[in-house]
Design a protein around this ligand. Structure first.
Ligand SMILES: [Zn+2]
Length: 447
């Protein structure tokens, strides 16, 4: 007997939508479409709604340990479930920075028992910690972000020789290099010039990271990653020039994938003018034309992953930037609103429904090595599912958020298409605005 059968469903599979039932036993999908057997302990009639694979979010900052005034693993994963996300990959910019097998073990212990959704962790690479790559890999870590600066010290990765060595070390352990398109020297020089000349508004912040610093940094890292033979994933692609550069370098893209954030798709210079620090983030918002280029890149396959880069801050911290943008920390809450915004774009004809879940569920699961266990609806896959009402209209309100902070750059935005229920390995976790699962049900995923 199955544990759970969904009936009257439109099930989004990789071969299109199948109408019928979906059965779950021991956290795994046992049947899709036609369900035979002896019934189930529980049946849920979803009334014709869509059941899609839960989102796999490769880029979240849940801030624990060290910055729990902003977010923590319980509130972050709660917000994930409310946004239809069933697996997250958490960033290492904690305190202490997660940059060794020991800090990973410490983080695992601290967040144990708090998660509502499944999670992977990352190990940040430092020049003096290259030997840690192998140790972390043996502890189940596959994702290795290679930033120039992290926490309170440079990583040493701004040196091309060291960066190249790090990429080869990641390749040796069959890891995944997570890279940003960012030439830090150029960004920092520009930023310092703006600060020195007293330019301190949101518009000035948007200028501190020149477009060429993104495409140049990306091109250099694509060439290095290609030569090192490492699997490399590029985050926060935000400009027309970077999209064009990736297209030009297609021959180098065999093992290389690229990601876009929802805020670069939906927000730009023009529609955030009044938001001040609430629209400020590490890779700044760009122009409407850049957003249009990203939509095109998403649709034509140049960009193949959507990830939230959920990076919220306490409202007091953000408010510090009201008079001087450089005083507030960069980052936005994003994980809860992402799916509704994307479903609205589907309803408006800007993105195909299948393409949405390819980029937000299936492709990220493939990139991180979890496919077909995650990111798809197939017999044998984990029953990570999101039930969607494609016709339901709603208004985004920070006060309704499950994340720790209650501000959002999308305040008052109308959306059409919302996740109404989320299941993690068949465990009912979120239903109609309420979290119904238990903290600790989410598991660490080692590979
Ligand atoms: Zn980030």
């Amino acid at each position: 007997m199955d544990d759970l059968i969904f009936t009257n469903a439109s099930i989004l599979t990789e071969n299109g939508i199948i109408k019928g039932s979906l059965a779950v036993k021991d956290g795994k999908i046992t049947a899709v479409g036609q369900v035979s057997g002896q019934g189930a302990k529980r049946t849920v009639n979803v009334g014709g709604k869509l059941i899609a694979p839960g989102l796999v979010d490769l880029h979240v900052h849940f801030r624990e340990p060290g910055f729990t005034q902003k977010e923590d693993f319980l509130t972050g994963t709660r917000a994930a479930a409310a946004g239809g996300v069933t697996t997250v990959v958490d960033e290492p910019n904690n305190s202490p920075v997660t940059n060794s097998h020991e800090t990973i073990e410490g983080k695992r212990w601290i967040i144990e028992g708090k998660a509502y959704v499944d999670y992977m962790l990352q190990m940040a690479v430092y020049a003096d910690g290259l030997d840690e790559i192998k140790k972390a890999r043996e502890a189940g870590i596959i994702a290795f972000p290679v930033f120039d600066e992290l926490g309170d010290r440079p990583t040493g990765m701004e040196n091309t020789g060291v960066l190249y060595e790090a990429l080869k070390r990641i390749k040796e352990v069959d890891g995944l290099a997570l890279l940003n398109c960012r030439e830090s020297d150029l960004v920092n020089k520009t930023m310092n010039g703006l600060k020195e000349s007293g330019r301190n508004t949101l518009a000035d912040y948007m200028d501190h990271f020149p477009h060429v610093a993104e495409s140049l940094g990306g091109a250099k890292r694509i060439l290095l990653a290609h030569d090192a033979g490492v699997r490399a994933h590029f985050r926060e692609v935000s400009t027309t020039e970077t999209v064009q550069m990736i297209k030009l370098m297609k021959g180098y893209m065999g093992k290389i994938t690229a990601e876009v954030r929802p805020d670069h798709l939906f927000l730009n210079y023009d529609n955030t003018k009044n938001l001040g620090p609430y629209a400020q983030q590490w890779t700044p918002l760009r122009t409407k034309a850049d957003s249009d280029a990203l939509w095109e890149a998403l649709n034509d396959g140049t960009v193949n992953v959507i990830a939230s880069d959920h990076a919220t801050h306490a409202e007091e911290e953000k408010k510090r930037g009201a008079d001087n943008i450089w005083k507030s920390p960069p980052g936005l809450p994003a994980i809860e609103s992402m799916l509704s915004l994307l479903l609205t774009a589907v309803n408006e004809g800007r993105l195909g429904l299948e393409r949405l879940f390819e980029c937000a569920s299936t492709n990220p699961a493939k990139v991180i090595g979890l496919y077909p266990r995650k990111g798809t609806i197939k017999v044998g896959s984990d029953a990570d599912l999101v039930v969607i009402d494609r016709e339901k209209e709603s208004v985004i309100r920070g006060e309704n958020a499950k994340t720790k902070t209650h501000w959002t750059p999308y305040e008052g935005w109308e959306v059409k298409g919302v996740p109404v229920a989320t299941y993690v390995r068949g465990i009912e976790t979120y239903v109609d605005g309420e979290i119904v699962g238990e903290p600790g049900q989410g598991r660490f995923l080692g590979l």
